[in-house]
Design a protein around this ligand. Structure first.
Ligand SMILES: Cc1cc2nc3c(=O)[nH]c(=O)nc-3n(C[C@H](O)[C@H](O)[C@H](O)COP(=O)(O)OP(=O)(O)OC[C@H]3O[C@@H](n4cnc5c(N)ncnc54)[C@H](O)[C@@H]3O)c2cc1C
Length: 451
């Protein structure tokens, strides 16, 4: 049996971070990856999807010339987008990522790892042991809901959508979360007719209802169809595509079905129970040092802490420091930012108002329209909809959550993250000088409502 100091199962963004740091610290590290080193984010997630969004937003902005600056005509062409994605992913080749890791001193093994005990794994019949620790960083995969008839139709998940060289003429998108909306809006701007079906009461069901409803208006104004509080009950393959029967008795048909209903971690195939772990709610429970059990750490999507690259990397750093024996601050999830990169963007951090109430806090919301700020008004098309909503803990006088919707919402949310994490009193936030006329200055209007 080969032995190492540290074994990392899954070399996505979380696994790469731990494995790389441990190797650089001089530990003997084995990184095992069954697919591509780098994981979902660079090949089928964050990076290629944001390249697609960038292209779609360029088209939308060109269209706004008609309202703002004369006239413009665009001829959308998916080919340059597909080419750029192929360039960015090196045609789904991870040679560079493996070399990067090996240069740090790590050893890479391609294959599916399974824990056989708290200190050993098996890959294709070979056993490997870890003297210092095993890190589970096996991420997740698209969760396709077991709805009647789904196995009879050709389903696209984010993977097929990102790899597409041609777009369908029409698509039904199941799920109006960040992934569903980013892909739906992008496809639509390249000429694909879109119908979105969402079980929740509003688009972006994890965000504040005010922003979900505003996003509904954006979707309508774009010319897409959105069904909310409706579920897909049955799928059937029909000539030219798929027919979806909905819970209100109606049906929609399209060339393609794109499922964007979340991701699930396959913890059984990683053998977590053989290592003595008891996952809860489909996630591995970890403490503030990302420890799942003595000698076992877990980072990234498998921990159920948000499903973001920035969280996977954050946890990766903490786990690496803990394994190496370096001083480190314990994990703190009070200000995890989340961004939906639609046009306009929707960003949130900390708790929503409902979450804060559920935790028993006496909440006070401060709400302002993005379009009412001077910059929102100047911006005009592209900033008509959107709400800034701040949630204060009325007793402590600090923010516990905030959300922003507007063209640069993802850039503004970092500011709110700092205010929440550092518990900066609302009174101090209202005393700041916000540059005029910027979108961030819109926060002042919402802060004013908090008193
Ligand atoms: C379309 C899309 C867009 C996204 N956009 C954003 C964004 O803009 N910002 C953001 O922060 N997040 C975004 N995300 C989420 C982000 O991609 C994930 O949160 C992130 O990739 C999680 O990293 P991870 O290391 O936990 O898991 P993963 O990236 O899933 O990596 C896990 C790796 O483990 C491997 N593996 C699994 N089981 C085994 C095994 N038994 N043996 C060996 N290897 C195994 C897998 O092959 C995979 O490579 C997006 C996701 C999608 C789908």
């Amino acid at each position: 049996m080969d032995s190492y100091d540290v074994i990392v199962i899954g070399m996505g963004v979380g696994g790469e971070e731990v494995a790389g740091q441990c190797a650089e610290a001089g530990l003997n590290v084995l990184g095992v990856e069954k697919n591509l080193a780098g994981g979902e984010c660079p090949y089928w997630g964050c990076i290629p999807s944001k390249m697609m969004v960038r292209a779609a937003t360029a088209l939308a902005e060109a269209g706004r010339v008609n309202e703002l600056a004369g006239s413009s005509r665009t001829t959308p062409d998916w080919r340059p987008v597909a080419d750029r994605v192929r360039d960015a992913t090196a045609n789904w080749d991870d040679t560079a990522a493996i070399e990067r890791f090996e240069k740090k001193g790590g050893s890479f093994l391609r294959g599916a790892a399974r824990l056989v005990s708290p200190t050993e794994i098996e890959v294709a019949g070979r056993r490997f042991s870890a003297a210092r620790g095993i890190v589970i960083a096996s991420g997740g995969a698209p969760a396709v809901p077991p709805i009647e008839g789904i196995d009879t139709v050709d389903v696209w998940t984010n993977r097929e959508a990102i790899e597409a060289t041609e777009l369908p003429v029409s698509a039904v998108v199941l799920g109006a979360g960040p992934v569903g909306l980013e892909l739906a809006q992008t496809f639509h701007r390249f000429g694909c007719e879109i119908t979105i079906v969402e079980m929740g009461d509003h688009a972006l069901p994890a965000e504040e209802p005010e922003n979900g409803e505003a996003m509904g208006k954006v979707i309508e104004a774009d010319g897409m169809k959105l069904f909310t509080a409706i579920s897909a009950d049955k799928f059937a393959s029909v000539d030219g595509g798929v027919e979806v029967s909905l819970s209100d008795g109606s049906s929609v048909a399209a060339e393609r079905l794109l499922v964007a209903t979340g991701r699930r971690s396959d913890l059984e195939s990683v053998g977590v129970r053989d290592a003595g772990l008891e996952p809860k709610g489909g996630a591995i429970q970890v403490d503030e040092h990302c420890r799942a059990a003595p000698g076992i750490w877990a980072v990234g999507d498998v921990t159920g802490r948000g499903g973001f690259t920035h969280v996977a990397v954050y946890q990766g750093r903490i786990a690496a420091a803990d394994i190496i024996g370096r001083d480190h601050a314990p994990a703190d999830y009070t200000a995890v930012p989340r961004v939906t990169f639609t046009d306009p963007e929707v960003a949130g951090v900390g708790m929503t108002e409902a979450e804060a109430r559920d935790r028993g806090l006496k909440t006070k919301p401060g709400v302002a329209k993005t379009s009412s700020s001077t910059r929102g008004w100047i911006h005009g098309p592209g900033a008509e909809h959107g709400v800034i909503k701040l949630i204060a803990d009325a007793e402590a006088g600090v923010l516990v959550g905030g959300s922003v919707m507007g063209p640069p919402a993802g850039e503004i949310i970092g500011f709110l993250g700092l205010a929440i994490r550092e518990k900066i009193p609302v009174a101090n936030l209202t005393q700041l000088i916000y540059p005029y006329p910027t979108f961030v200055r819109g926060l002042e209007d919402a802060l004013r409502e908090l008193g």
